[in-house]
Design a protein around this ligand. Structure first.
Ligand SMILES: NC(=O)c1ccc[n+]([C@@H]2O[C@H](COP(=O)([O-])OP(=O)(O)OC[C@H]3O[C@@H](n4cnc5c(N)ncnc54)[C@H](OP(=O)(O)O)[C@@H]3O)[C@@H](O)[C@H]2O)c1
Length: 298
């Protein structure tokens, strides 16, 4: 299949591209820099130079493809509204380009905010609608295209897609611990985070491309929920730092923007996903990764 991948040079995208190429798909990756273009070309992928804001380029990439996997995100935590607007515009553009084709459109999403008091499941619809909601309401917008003849599949990644080289949320929490000289956890540290290893996440996306039906919500989740206190304890072990509770009122001040997420319950299951795809996560757990030096050997 000719697959157009945005975010192909990213943490998850680069694993996805490896899996797609290994499965003999023809991959075109969106690249906005020479370095990203060179990395993609070195793997044997085609390159489409462009930016998320170049909607004509995104449309052309989608129209030339037999499937789109949208993983790019600006991730500007100082201006989430701008990131969300770009995300929504890209999803609208890709959906319009694929309308009436029945071709696959897989897009990145997450599990934050899906549920409050229980682990999120694939059956929990996203409550986020419209441009002012998290991620610009992109999951629901993309799913609306199912009725317009697009095989939309949502890829809900765990809040940590971990492994050596990760620069995401756990790397940020570890950086805060090193800056502050203490590995903190919010409150009593019983709120939980789901997790998945990057290699398992990449494999899930490639399987989703081949097997998931229109309208499917897939959970890239290997571990349902690790208490944040255990995450902080592992970070404390590897950096030889004391571990302590951070009172709810001090979480924002202590952790900065990542505090909002670290204080949330972000647990989720993947029972349906595992059945639908025949996907069994095999990678190390988050704590195994931390203890093995995935976040400290640099
Ligand atoms: N990692 C996680 O734990 C996690 C958890 C939940 C959801 N997600 C979602 O999964 C997706 C992939 O995440 P990731 O961790 O792989 O992110 P990442 O490593 O930060 O990669 C982001 C990708 O987006 C590209 N990009 C950023 N701004 C762009 C722009 N203006 N125009 C075009 N491309 C742009 C980057 O290209 P460059 O190489 O040029 O920078 C890179 O390829 C994102 O939507 C993310 O929100 C990730």
């Amino acid at each position: 299949m000719r697959v157009f991948v945005t975010g192909a040079s990213g943490w998850i995208g680069s694993a996805v591209v490896d899996d797609l190429l290994a499965a003999d798909h023809e991959v075109t990756g969106l690249a906005r820099s020479d370095a990203s273009a060179a990395a993609l070309a070195a793997k044997g992928a085609h390159v489409r130079r462009g930016d998320l804001d170049d909607l004509d380029g995104i449309r052309d990439g989608a129209e030339a493809a037999e499937a789109v996997i949208h993983l790019a995100n600006k991730h500007d935590w100082s201006d989430p509204a701008a990131s969300n607007a770009a995300e929504r515009a890209a999803v609208q553009t890709i959906g319009d380009a694929l309308a009436g084709t029945d071709l696959p459109f897989l897009l990145a999403s997450g599990v934050a905010g899906l549920t409050q008091d229980k682990p999120a499941t694939e059956d929990d619809a996203s409550p986020f609608h419209g441009p002012d909601s998290p991620r610009g309401g992109s999951e629901n917008l993309a799913l609306e295209f199912v009725d317009r003849g697009v095989r939309t599949v949502s890829l809900r990644f765990a809040p940590t897609v971990h492994g050596t080289g990760d620069h995401g949320f756990i790397a940020r929490i570890a950086a805060v611990a090193r800056q502050k000289g203490v590995s903190g956890y919010p409150g009593d540290g019983t709120n939980r985070w789901a997790a998945v290893h990057r290699v398992d996440a990449g494999r899930l996306v490639a399987l989703g491309l081949e097997k998931a039906a229109a309208g499917t919500r897939l959970h890239a989740v290997a571990e349902e929920g690790i208490p944040t206190r255990e995450i902080a304890q592992a970070i404390g072990r590897v950096f030889d730092l004391p571990v302590t509770s951070i009172a709810a009122d001090d979480v924002q001040d202590h952790f900065g923007w990542i505090g909002t997420f670290f204080a949330m319950n972000l647990s989720a299951t993947s029972t349906v996903t595992q059945e639908v795809l025949g996907w069994t996560p095999t990678g190390p757990t988050l704590v195994e990764d931390l203890d093995a030096g995935a976040y400290s050997a640099r």
